[in-house]
Write a new protein. Structure first.
Length: 282
């Protein structure tokens, strides 16, 4: 992982770090909002603490077994609609998850069973229509973030999401939407998506050198922009690449305000901010 020290001094630093770290380091800081207004009043009352319980479920779990200097912020929004049967409490939900920066997933096809007061327990071996869906998207966020730390370092978390999608497709009651999610995850781990994942790694490798006196930051970030240019030339509707550029356009301006060639590429690729880039082209 980027930033790891080497040599005897590095080992001493690592030993000191591990001696003062908590046994279970937080990797995610979740902020959950659940809109209950469409539910019967009785259900609203029973679920009024669910958002807090989900925040704890996500934030307190050890997802990676690794220490992150800063937990990844994850915001979730749920809108619930009651679809209960006489024998089971069921819900339909619109779902949105983001990292508050350059990633957002939306899903309107979530169906699940949840009995008010059921304990929220992680179980990777048994698919749960409520918690399994949440785990799937948390792993997608983790994969996205770990790809920024090193080339294809998100692979283990994409594979965990893939395992959940495979389990869910064979759930006879709640398989709705999982065919699309399975196709989604297969694309994320495919060779076709590797250039975009590599561009993210190059970009954040460059950001790790910001503040140095040389041009290493601009060199790596420039390579990332050139790779994004190739990706969007081949597929102008590559949604992830477009949103990535849009989310980081201010950083790019700070990095390349004296590089006319890169600024012209950015102006062409990120049309939403073309006028902003134009102001900085010398």
């Amino acid at each position: 992982m980027r930033g790891m020290k080497s040599g005897k001094n590095g080992i001493a630093v690592l030993l000191l770090m591990f001696s003062v770290l908590p046994l279970q380091a937080q990797q995610i800081k979740a902020d959950v909002t659940i809109m209950l207004e469409r539910l019967p009043l009785e259900k609203q009352e029973k679920l009024r603490d669910l958002a807090d319980e989900l925040e704890a479920y996500i934030s307190d779990h050890d997802w990676t077994g690794e220490h992150l200097e800063e937990p990844i912020p994850v915001t979730l929004q749920l809108i619930l609609i009651d679809q209960s049967a006489s024998y089971q409490s069921r819900y339909q939900a619109s779902f949105l998850i983001s990292n508050n920066s350059d990633l957002q997933y939306g899903d309107k096809y979530w169906r699940f069973a949840y009995q008010e007061g059921d304990p929220l327990i992680h179980d990777e071996n048994n698919y749960n229509s409520f918690l399994g869906f949440l785990d799937y998207y948390v792993y997608l966020v983790l994969a996205w973030e770990y790809d920024k730390m090193g080339e294809y370092m998100g692979d283990p978390y994409y594979e965990k999401a893939r395992l959940i999608s495979n389990q869910a497709r064979f759930n006879s009651q709640f398989s709705y939407g999982w065919q699309d999610r399975s196709e989604e995850i297969e694309y994320y781990i495919s060779a076709d998506n590797k250039p975009f994942r590599k561009s993210k790694d190059l970009y954040f490798l460059g950001l790790s050198y910001v503040g140095e006196v040389d041009t290493t930051a601009q060199r790596y970030c420039g390579q990332a922009i050139e790779l994004l240019d190739e990706i969007l030339t081949e597929n102008p509707n590559h949604e992830s690449a477009l949103k990535f550029l849009q989310a980081h356009h201010l950083e790019c301006i700070d990095l390349f305000d004296r590089n006319r060639r890169i600024m012209e590429i950015l102006m062409r690729l990120d049309s939403d901010h073309a006028e902003t880039y134009r102001k900085y082209i010398k």
